[in-house]
Write a protein that binds this ligand. Structure first.
Ligand code: ADP
Length: 179
C-alpha cells in the first residue's frame, strides 16, 4: 500500500527492517540500554555489527518515548534512530509515550536532513502493545507530522507478518486526510 500526503509518500510493506536498502534511516524498537536483544533490535544489531551497541552506549539508558540517532555501520542505511517504546501496562501513559517515539524519530530525521525513513511496529512485540491500538497511534502521529515536513519524502512502515501489515494498512486507509 502507498498513499501520498502532500509531499510525503506513506508506505506499508511486509518485510524485514534490517533489509531496507532504499531508505536512509531505519528505526530500532530499542531497549533502554541500546543493546542487542530479540525482535527488531536483534535483527538490526546483528546486521549492523558490534559497533552499533558501542555507538549507543554513551546515550544509555534512554527513557520510554525518547529517540536517539547513531550511524548504521554494516546496515545498508546511513543512520539508525533508536526509540524506546512503552511496555504495555507498565510505562504510563503508554499511548502518549508511543506517540512520542514516532514524533521524536521524525524530529531527529528532519534535524538531520533525512529524506526517507522506515519504522517497525514499535512496542507490539516483547513490549506487548496490542497491534490495532499501536497502529492507530503510529499512523495518526505520522499523518499529522506529514503535513509539516521539509526533508522527509518517504515514510515506510515495515511489518513482519502479513496480518500485521493488514492492520497497519487498514489504519492508514481510515486515517488518510481525504477520507
Ligand atoms: P518491542 O520490544 O518494542 O515490542 P520487538 O522487536 O519485540 O519490539 O517487536 C516489535 C514488532 O516488530 C513486532 O510486531 C515484531 O513482530 C516485529 N519484528 C520482529 N522482528 C522484525 C524484523 N526483523 N523486521 C521487522 N519487524 C520485526
Amino acid at each position: 500500500m502507498e498513499e501520498q500526503i502532500g509531499h510525503v509518500k506513506l508506505e506499508c510493506i511486509q518485510g524485514d527492517i534490517a533489509k531496507q536498502h532504499d531508505v536512509s534511516v531505519v528505526v530500532n524498537a530499542a531497549n533502554a540500554e541500546l543493546k542487542t536483544g530479540g525482535g527488531v533490535a536483534g535483527a538490526l544489531h546483528q546486521a549492523a555489527g558490534a559497533e552499533l551497541a558501542e555507538a549507543g552506549r554513551p546515550f544509555a539508558p534512554i527513557q520510554p518515548g525518547q529517540a536517539v540517532i547513531t550511524q548504521a555501520f554494516n546496515l545498508p542505511n546511513d543512520y539508525v534512530i533508536h526509540c524506546l517504546g512503552p511496555v504495555y501496562g507498565k510505562d504510563q501513559p503508554e499511548a502518549v509515550l508511543l506517540r512520542q517515539c514516532y514524533q521524536h524519530a521524525i524530529q531527529l530525521a528532519e534535524e538531520n536532513n533525512i529524506s526517507s525513513i522506515a519504522f517497525p511496529s514499535i512496542s507490539t512485540g516483547a513490549f506487548g502493545y496490542p497491534i490495532e491500538e499501536a497502529a492507530e497511534i503510529a499512523v495518526d502521529e505520522i499523518v499529522q507530522q506529514s503535513q509539516h515536513l521539509r526533508s522527509l519524502k518517504t515514510i515506510r512502515f515495515v511489518l513482519f507478518s502479513e496480518s500485521d501489515q493488514a492492520v497497519y494498512e487498514s489504519a492508514c486507509q481510515s486515517r488518510m486526510p481525504h477520507k
